[in-house]
Every structure is written in C-alpha cells, then in structure tokens.
Design a protein around this ligand. Structure first.
Ligand SMILES: [Zn+2]
Length: 88
C-alpha cells in the first residue's frame, strides 16, 4: 500500500515535469551582444525579474539609454516578446 502510493506520487511527479516549461531570455536577444548571460525561470515574471536585476547590475549604462527611449512598460513588453519557451 505504501509502496503503491510512492509509485503513484513518483509517476505524478514525472508527468508534471514533462508538462513543465522553462522560460529564458538572453542578453543577446535584448541587443547586448557582448554578454552571454541568460536568465532562466519557470515563469515569465521570474525571467523578467532576473533579467532586470542583471541588467541594472551589469548593464547600467545600456539600461539607462534604453529607459531614455522607452518606458518601463515598453521594456517589459520587449522582454516578454523575446522570452523563449522550452520544454523541460
Ligand atoms: Zn548581460
């Protein structure tokens, strides 16, 4: 009985994993060619959060330039557009 429950929980875990998607956004996609950084997460929000934090830390100048031309919403939209979906 216990073993049976264990197996079922393992099976559900695996089928969950199969359906799970991962999102990624690379600096190159955002126009920063010299950087190999790729933000990866399970949700788009997570990826945008990571990319924003990385951008502010490492690409402060580029971010400033971008923010002069675009609003925060536009930058978010640009990031959303560039996020790639991959199956795990
Ligand atoms: Zn970068």
């Amino acid at each position: 009985m216990v073993l049976c429950n264990f197996l079922i929980s393992q099976m559900t875990k695996n089928s969950c994993k199969k359906n799970m998607q991962k999102y990624s956004l690379s600096c190159k996609d955002m126009g920063v060619e010299k950087c190999d950084y790729i933000a990866e997460g399970e949700t788009k929000e997570e990826v945008i959060d990571m990319a924003t934090q990385h951008g502010m830390k490492v690409h402060a100048k580029e971010m400033e330039g971008m923010m002069e031309k675009m609003s925060k919403e536009e930058i978010n939209e640009k990031m959303m557009d560039n996020i790639k979906e991959t199956d795990v």
